[in-house]
Write a protein that binds this ligand. Structure first.
Ligand code: SAH
Length: 483
């Protein structure tokens, strides 16, 4: 029995298995699971199974492993680096373990920690970098949960970056003095320009940045990530967005970005709220542009967080222009735009075979402008129209579409606070749409979707718009959220 202390009973090591053989005994699921695990390494894999299941046989073929279809013979363990007993039968496993031990080979039996010489970790693989998580056999599910978290934290390009680092190791030892200079070099390598270029998949740029760094020519260069924070639910953020947030020195965020997403940044990261809610611009666009350029110019890693997708009604065009003009490196990380979140809440197919094959993302605010004077026509041609910032101009939108020739009976879906727990859904027709303007109780962001495809939505959880039209103010105030 392991002793109960705060000391580990198993000492973690990374064992070399390249050019060596790992033997797995068993022909079923357990053996396949171990084969997949060991298959992450370059070891030769030999599977001993008299009657392997089809999935295992297929795996062997695809992975260039060796399959010995014969009754178990202990001599087949000879010379192995490791042995796995994965027969699924206690007696057979115990025998395999004894045979391995007799040959001085460390052995593991699936689901029988008491007879194991070693345990297998859950692995986060960014070869050559690996994170191995062990619980001494106590909690495989826990190990997998931890694995998933760490997997999110580490960039998929960490492997190539580490390989690049390895190729520079000798040179760095020759030219960069040991101690703090060398430490600074490597931390700049793994977090600065070489890492950023690799993150974007630009391997040769990454190498060039490493060369500059080595020649002492690389000053810390700032970088801006324009990131879509999604529509509100924090788990609709992309993994890439989350990782960049955790690396950021400064986070600039809009009013609609949920607090939970902003707080995914490092605790010591500077956070700057830059507006903008309708009618209260806390910073002008020009000020934001200048701020981005200044912060990145100081060498900071800046995250510019916008709600939904950054390229949809997010003024990203102006910010990217300012960054290009100032020659500052930036990247764009897409997010789930509000129209998609609203459609998901409504189970509304934005395209519908035989009905709708195009989409228009537009804003109620350009109605009187001239950017797209004819979008009404697009709606008649059968597009699904998603309207951003459209609540206070709902009557204009409806009038315009009806004028353009759309039937006043066309279906309309409205979602306030799409994807958030406090969301509210409404449905009706184009003729009902003007009632939105009077619904002052809708204090969250509102998305309106219009078109024939809306008829395919699920109206079980939505309230009819029409009924609200004649409501006197007093009743409206006394109603609850789902009235
Ligand atoms: N870049 C954002 C849009 C910013 S414009 C995106 O891609 O979603 C702001 C408008 O987006 C709001 O007026 C509203 O119409 C819409 N919006 C944003 N979040 C929303 C949400 N959770 N639910 C409904 N509409 C939303």
């Amino acid at each position: 029995m392991p002793v109960e202390t705060d000391k580990l009973n198993a000492f973690p090591v990374f064992m070399r298995v390249d050019e060596r053989t790992v033997v797995i005994v068993g022909g079923g699921e357990e053996a396949l699971a171990k084969a997949r695990l060991v298959g992450q390494c370059s070891a030769r894999i030999r599977i001993l199974a008299e009657a392997p299941e089809a999935a295992l046989a297929a795996w062997v073929q695809h992975n260039d492993a060796e399959l010995v279809r014969a009754p178990y013979d202990a001599a087949r363990l000879d010379g192995a680096a490791l042995v796995f007993a994965a027969t699924g039968e206690e007696y057979a496993d115990t025998r395999v373990i004894a045979d391995a031990r007799a040959r001085g080979i460390p052995a593991n039996a699936v689901d029988r920690p008491e007879i194991c010489d070693f345990y297998t970790p859950a692995i986060v693989n960014r070869a050559p970098v690996a994170v191995a998580i062990g619980t001494e056999g106590a909690g495989p599910v826990l190990a997998q949960m931890i694995r998933a978290k760490i997997d999110q934290l580490l960039s998929p390009t960490l492997g190539p970056l580490a390989r690049l680092a390895a190729s520079y190791r000798d040179l760095v030892e020759q030219v960069v003095p040991k101690g703090s200079a060398r430490r600074r070099f490597w931390s700049e390598f793994f977090e600065g320009a070489p890492a950023q270029a690799m993150e974007l998949g630009h391997i040769s740029e990454s190498r060039e940045a490493a060369e500059r760094l080595l020649g002492g020519r690389e000053t810390t260069r700032g970088h801006v990530a324009l990131i879509g924070a999604g529509p509100g639910a924090e788990d609709l953020l992309t993994l890439r967005a989350q990782r960049l947030l955790m690396q950021a020195d400064v986070i600039l965020f809009d009013a609609l970005v949920p607090e939970a997403v902003v707080s995914m940044g490092r605790r010591d990261a500077e956070r700057i709220a830059v507006g903008k809610r309708k009618g209260c611009h806390s910073k002008s666009q020009a000020e934001i542009n200048t701020l981005l350029v200044e912060l990145a110019g100081d060498g900071k890693r800046v995250v510019r967080l916008k709600s939904g997708d950054p390229l949809v009604f997010g003024r990203a065009g102006e910010e990217m222009q300012a960054l290009r003009d100032a020659d500052i490196a930036y990247e764009v990380v897409p997010g789930v735009t509000a129209a998609f979140a609203a459609a998901a809440d409504f189970e509304l197919p934005l395209t519908l075979r035989g009905v709708t094959s195009s989409m228009v993302f537009t804003t109620g605010h350009d109605l009187k402008g001239s950017t797209l004077p004819d979008w009404g026509k697009l709606a008649i041609s059968g597009a699904t129209v998603a309207i951003y910032m459209g609540r206070t101009v709902a009557a204009d939108v409806a009038a315009r579409l009806i004028d353009a020739g759309l039937s006043s009976e066309t279906a309309v879906a409205v979602v306030e606070n799409a994807s958030r727990a406090e969301r509210r859904l409404f449905h009706g027709t184009l003729a009902d749409l003007p009632s939105l303007e009077a619904m002052d109780e809708l204090t969250g962001p509102v998305m309106t979707i219009i078109g024939d495809a809306v008829a395919g939505a699920n109206f079980d959880h939505s309230t009819p718009l029409a009924r609200r039209r004649p409501q006197p103010v007093a009743i409206r105030q006394s109603q609850g959220a789902q009235a």
